[in-house]
Ligand binder design. Structure first.
Ligand SMILES: [Mg+2]
Length: 311
């Protein structure tokens, strides 16, 4: 049976003034917000790699995660979400029910963040569930956060505790969209990246892009309770889980020291309500170093999730 996931999805979304042509035509026609840049990001989630369907991971959670990871990338650019497109490959057997679940999770998150779901594509095949999301955002000219702007003397902060996301947070992703927009409007941020693959790996990417070295004060890294639980099971350390597990979808920001301290002080109160922590500093040089409580430094190898190839 042919399942038209996209037709059903589009029939359910409310009319949106950002769409000049109603969704469902050959292509979407967006009205870009005046005097803003367009920010575009694409993600693909594949069963078996990014999630495993089961009691802990219903299709609704996959739909949520598919849009949430794209919104997290927009947040990492300080972009306001505007529209989203979704392409699904549904298994021929059972794909209709899967598609309905994916739709529920995706539409609920789109509504929460005012995202116009504006189009997509549906395929049925003999493989597993694959969901690809394209998110469109907007930002004022020159105001997008980038990963290459960290400068020596900046402090590095993270917007929440990391590690152990496999215990459930890797599905129940909370993209820091509103938080990013608030911080961008009120603080001078030099560089930003979201924690998708690992706190140390993503910080390492920011440092590499910026041509700087990151000093991580290991005692200051906020460790999620899930990291402690995972460490108790596998014999690793909670810190290693916090630095390398990934899929925390918190934001790493580099700011001038005074701005970082102002942000940390303001963050606990509304409207942010976040436990933002200074985890280190930016220096001249390259790579990452770990700094222990006694001031001793050692090289820190960035760790996290990397897509591997056989050849
Ligand atoms: Mg990212």
């Amino acid at each position: 049976m042919e399942t038209d996931f996209v037709a059903r999805l589009l029939a359910r979304i409310p009319a949106d003034p950002r769409l000049e042509v109603p969704p469902g035509d050959d292509a979407a026609v967006l009205r870009p917000p005046a005097l803003r840049r367009t920010v575009v990001t694409v993600d693909m989630l594949m069963e078996g790699t990014d999630f495993v369907l089961g009691p802990d991971c219903p299709p609704r959670a996959v739909g949520h995660k598919a849009l949430a990871v794209s919104l997290s990338d927009l947040a990492a650019m300080a972009a306001r979400p505007e529209a989203a497109f979704v392409a699904v490959a549904l298994p021929r057997h059972g794909g209709d029910a899967l598609g309905r679940g994916v739709e529920e999770g995706l539409l609920a998150l789109a509504a929460e963040h005012g995202v116009a779901v504006a189009g997509g594509d549906t395929n049925a095949w003999d493989g597993p569930l694959v969901v690809s999301t394209t998110a469109i955002g907007s930002v004022a000219p020159g105001r997008a956060w980038r990963r290459d702007g960290a400068r020596p003397g900046d402090l590095v902060v993270v917007t929440g505790p990391c590690g152990g996301s496999l215990l459930g947070r890797h599905l129940a992703v909370v993209p820091r969209v509103r938080e990013a927009l608030h911080i961008a409007a009120h603080f001078d941020v030099h560089a930003a990246i979201d924690v998708s693959d690992g706190l140390s790996l993503d910080l390492g990417r920011m440092m590499a892009a910026s041509g700087t070295r990151g000093v991580v004060r290991t005692a200051a890294v906020p460790i999620h309770a899930d990291a402690v639980r995972r460490a108790a099971r596998d014999g690793g350390t909670p810190l290693d889980h916090a630095l390398g597990d990934g899929e925390d979808f918190e934001l790493i920001l580099a700011l001038p020291a005074a701005e970082a301290h102002r942000l940390v002080a303001a963050a606990a109160a509304p409207p942010l309500g976040l436990a933002i922590t200074v985890i280190g500093a930016v220096e001249e040089g390259a790579g990452l170093v770990a700094e222990a409580a006694d001031g001793g430094q050692s090289p820190l190898e960035p760790r996290g999730f990397v897509h591997a190839f056989d050849s």
